[in-house]
Design a protein around this ligand. Structure first.
Ligand code: ATP
Ligand code: MG
Length: 426
């Protein structure tokens, strides 16, 4: 028996994922993973995910089964114009209604097509995307041509969304989440993701636990994006002022306890944060990479605007290139090996002389799986930073597979730069 004062039970939420590609393991179902990670901190209960291929009978059955046990269901995929896109028609059959043409969407499709392919006629096939089940609420789609729609079938309100991740994510964020939040009795949600580097997930949890326990008005979530760890803070409240105030208070406490582990928030990458810091100082960076093969440069340049802080890179794998491109003496390489402090320093210095960048970062190490020795095991990496006030070097010993060693090396080099900038600022 539920006591009269117990809060109402959380709504039951399910997912249905459609598509042969997911069924056959050709693509991973990242849509569900992303949505589940957003629902979790809200206390919304995701109870089941059903994956079905592009077969009408299977899609209809999944809809009917879910319609009698869930309060909400998010359906991904199969809204496109091709013959394997069956979801909208199956939804109509499961509800027992006809398909009807949503006229405003026809106009929208013509407009959209005229913008993307001016002068070309819109293929007839595409007009199919304006057909939705009768009584459906058309939700639209700012990034695509198939409109999302909501449809009540039995006890369950279904949200039908296109499978393309970019379209799906935007719709989840802007249209679906607010509805699910409202179903919890709260109207507003404010969130913040604190990105941390240099601290393990368990230590992070330990540090923020006293704050989390004292402040149930904000929900905490943890996520690892190797080698970073993120804390998600979500404030749910009846109004925006309360949600924002609760979030700001708890965020300030977390930043206080986490100190310099926090390098940024809400999606900024470590390299981007460092790059923007350099750009604000009117400075640039150039990389001299060996075992990372350009990974650090990739991280520095994957965001827009990176030409403001990236001068370029030397990717020097062989002894010959370390010598001809960076001026590292051949004898030194032969005597000490490429993975040594002096080589790392000379790589950074050579790159600075040749590039004219304010800062240069050098990485030389053993990423594995082969190539390790007793005194230089796999994961041994020398990092060096050369800047206006000289050169510093650091020996790192990373664990993990080749990819992890390379990624940690790139982050370690950026950390060296970060510490130098912090030092100058203090
Ligand atoms: P389209 O108009 O492109 O046909 P759609 O709504 O019909 O969109 P699908 O055909 O099911 O969606 O999927 C389109 C593409 O989106 C797939 O080829 C796949 O690359 C991606 N995709 C589909 N479902 C998922 C999923 N669950 N997770 C990640 N990616 C997905
Ligand atoms: Mg499709």
């Amino acid at each position: 028996m539920t006591s009269p004062s117990a809060p109402p039970p959380a709504p039951i939420i399910e997912f249905i994922v459609t598509g042969d590609e997911v069924m056959r393991g050709l693509i991973a179902d990242t849509n569900t993973a992303m949505t589940a990670s957003r629902l979790y901190p809200l206390g919304l209960s995701l109870r089941r995910t059903t994956v079905v291929g592009d077969r009408g009978e299977d899609i209809r059955r999944a809809l009917l089964e879910t319609s009698v046990r869930a309060d909400f269901c998010i359906v991904s995929g199969g809204l496109g114009p091709t013959s394997d896109d069956l979801t909208a028609a199956c939804a109509a059959e499961a509800k027992g209604v006809r398909m009807v043409t949503h006229q405003p969407w026809i106009a929208h499709l013509h407009e959209r097509w005229a913008k993307i392919r001016p002068g070309e006629p819109l293929p007839k096939n595409n007009l199919r995307q304006a057909d939705v089940p009768d009584t459906a609420e058309v939700l639209g789609n700012p990034n695509g041509s198939a409109p999302a729609f909501a449809l009540q079938i039995d006890r369950c309100l279904f949200f039908f969304l296109p499978g393309v991740p970019r379209e799906y994510h935007a719709l989840i964020q802007d249209l679906v989440m607010p509805r699910l939040v409202a179903a919890t009795g709260n109207a507003v949600l404010r969130s913040r993701i604190l990105h941390c580097y240099g601290v393990t997930e368990s230590r992070l949890d330990e540090l923020v636990t006293p704050i989390r326990e004292a402040h149930p008005e904000v929900r905490f979530g943890f996520r690892t994006r190797f080698p970073e760890n993120h804390v998600t803070l979500v404030a749910l409240a009846a109004d925006a002022v309360t949600a924002e105030a609760n979030l700001a208070r708890v965020e300030a406490m977390c930043r206080q306890i986490l100190g310099s582990f926090v390098y940024g928030h809400d999606g900024v990458t470590f390299a981007q944060a460092m790059g923007e810091r350099l750009a604000a100082r009117g400075e640039t960076v150039c990389c001299a990479e060996s075992c990372t093969g350009g990974l650090l440069t990739q991280l520095l340049t994957e965001v827009g605007g990176s030409s403001k802080w990236t001068a370029g890179a030397f990717v020097t794998y062989s002894y010959e290139l370390k010598t001809s491109m960076l001026g590292v003496p051949k004898e030194l390489l032969e005597k000490q090996g490429a993975v040594s402090e002096s080589v790392a320093r000379l790589m950074a210095e050579g790159a600075r002389e040749r590039s004219g960048a304010t800062w240069t970062l050098a990485i030389t190490g053993i990423a594995g799986p082969g190539g390790g020795t007793a005194d230089k095991p796999v994961g041994t990496v020398w990092l060096a930073l050369c800047g206006p006030r000289g050169t510093v070097a650091r020996l790192a010993k990373y664990r993990g597979d080749r990819g992890q060693v390379r990624m940690q090396s790139a982050f370690g080099a950026l950390q060296l730069l970060r510490e130098q900038l912090d030092h100058e600022a203090s």
